[in-house]
Design a protein around this ligand. Structure first.
Ligand SMILES: Cc1cc2nc3c(=O)[nH]c(=O)nc-3n(C[C@H](O)[C@H](O)[C@H](O)COP(=O)(O)OP(=O)(O)OC[C@H]3O[C@@H](n4cnc5c(N)ncnc54)[C@H](O)[C@@H]3O)c2cc1C
Length: 440
């Protein structure tokens, strides 16, 4: 059976939700399809992985988000294939959906770059389910350390692969958690967090000053930085680096890169850099009328000139491009000219842990660190969350409390993560399936 609608949105992440909200508010009949029944907020996944936040606080049911937008219909099904030439999505339950316009907002998946053993043994951190699996695994190691004392060498160590913002954030948070647990006698004193990156500095896209700040903070909280070395292979009990070092570990976190969602690879268009869909400046896919690609699945150009650099895979890019593609669909429905995407650049930022953050603000990259950078991080992320939650004040108070948290509070949160006081209804619960790790 084929069901026809005006617009199909594939993916309920930041890009897909922004697109569907804009279309729905204009009264356009829109169907949003996602394999999960919730929207997930990736910037806080590492808080879930380190037991500082419960998973349901970063996963908001899609039906709740669109409760007050009657022209948006949410379909919870995996899309098993897409044929963008005829704007059709085939769902896992066998149904087909077609529309006059399709917005592809399917995000990205981890890229293991063919490193042997990485798919089998490393923990990706791309979805709420990934974060929950990692939390459960680390929690078991901690409980085991408490119950049975020290295991084999390195058995409580964590190796984080990738020194970009995700790798830095998760390393900083884990090192603080481990230090707090050690201080409370819950982990052996030799438990370490190692951060491995092929480059010679962490936070490659930031300024040398921000890189130095992050490096110093990570070293101060006990992270062992292994720079200039790549991962050669991952095993159940160790990681081997290409300089011959073997790091014993049972926990490898993969923050080493991503590529466009699997569903985009066989949808019709030839994919470009990073396995992502190339788009024109107006966010349409060339040669596929009525098809738009936004957010992490797309190579979104930063300008209209040929060879304009591609914007980074960031929440603000996803949210703004989703909204913009929807506005272009509305323009085309009214017979107006399409407008080239104009990105309002908020800058780049990373939280490195309690009391430490770096930010380069706006298009001119004004550099700040410490509490000011944290405040900037909060402002930008509250804006990203405002698309799916009305209580951003609750997020702000939780975050300031986290920023100031001491060892005792960190351990307490690990045992019983403090909720953000969203004020959600009891029925407002996401269904988080811990099935297979994110590979699509
Ligand atoms: C750990 C981590 C931390 C980050 N931290 C920050 C940060 O601090 N600040 C920032 O700005 N950005 C951050 N980012 C990047 C930011 O989160 C992303 O750029 C943004 O979420 C991308 O949104 P999206 O809508 O394009 O994709 P996603 O949010 O990935 O959404 C894609 C959706 O498509 C669905 N989907 C995919 N394939 C299918 C299919 N076949 N069938 C059905 N559904 C499908 C998925 O279930 C998902 O819901 C972070 C990313 C990660 C992974």
């Amino acid at each position: 059976m084929t069901v026809t609608t005006d617009v199909l949105v594939l993916g309920g992440g930041m890009a897909g939700v922004a697109a569907a909200q804009t279309l729905g508010e204009a009264g356009v009949r829109t169907t949003l399809v996602d394999r999960a029944d919730y929207h997930q907020f990736q910037p806080l996944l590492y808080q879930v992985a380190t037991s500082q936040l419960p998973a349901e606080d970063v996963a908001r049911p899609l039906r709740t988000i669109f409760e007050s937008v009657p022209s948006v219909d949410v379909v919870v099904q995996a899309v098993s294939s897409a044929s963008l030439a005829d704007r059709t999505l085939v769902l896992a339950d066998g149904r087909s959906l077609s529309a006059a316009h399709v917005v592809v907002a399917a995000g990205a998946r981890p890229n293991f770059f063919g490193v042997p053993g990485a798919v089998e043994h490393a923990f990706p951190l791309y979805s709420v389910a990934d974060a929950e699996r990692l939390r459960g695994h680390h929690r078991a190691l901690v409980d085991d350390a408490g119950a049975h004392g020290v295991g084999g060498p390195g058995s409580r160590d964590v190796v984080v692969v990738g020194g970009g913002p995700t790798g830095v954030e998760v390393s900083g948070a884990l090192a603080e958690l481990v230090a707090a647990l050690v201080a409370h006698g819950r982990m052996p004193a030799d438990a370490r967090v190692h951060l491995v990156d092929r480059g010679h500095a962490v936070l490659g896209q930031f300024s040398p000053r921000a890189q130095a700040y992050a490096h110093e903070h990570l070293a101060a909280v006990g992270v062992d930085l292994r720079l200039g070395a790549g991962v050669a292979s991952v095993h159940a009990d160790a990681v081997e680096l290409d300089d011959g070092t073997r790091l014993p570990t049972r926990t490898v976190i993969w923050a080493g890169g991503e590529s466009g969602a699997a569903v985009a690879q066989s949808a019709g268009p030839t994919t470009g850099r990073g396995g992502r869909l190339d788009v024109r400046a107006d966010l349409g896919v060339e040669g596929f009328p009525g098809v738009w690609a936004v957010g992490d699945v797309a190579n979104v150009p930063s300008g209209t000139h040929a060879g304009a650099p591609i914007l980074p895979q960031l929440g603000s890019v996803a949210q703004q491009s989703g909204r913009w593609a929807a506005q272009n669909i509305l323009r085309s429905a009214q017979g107006d000219d399409l407008a080239p995407f104009h990105y309002k650049d908020k800058g780049i930022m990373a939280m490195i842990g309690r009391n430490a953050a770096v930010a380069e603000l706006g298009a001119h990259r004004h550099e700040v660190d410490g509490p000011l950078a944290f405040a900037a991080w909060l402002g930008v992320h509250a804006m990203l969350l405002s698309g799916v939650h009305s209580r951003t004040d609750a997020f702000l108070s939780w975050a300031w409390e986290y920023f100031d948290r001491d060892h005792a509070a960190t351990v307490e949160a690990h045992d019983s993560p403090r909720r953000i006081a969203w004020g959600d209804d009891a029925h407002d619960v996401p269904h988080i399936d811990l099935g297979a790790p994110t590979s699509e």
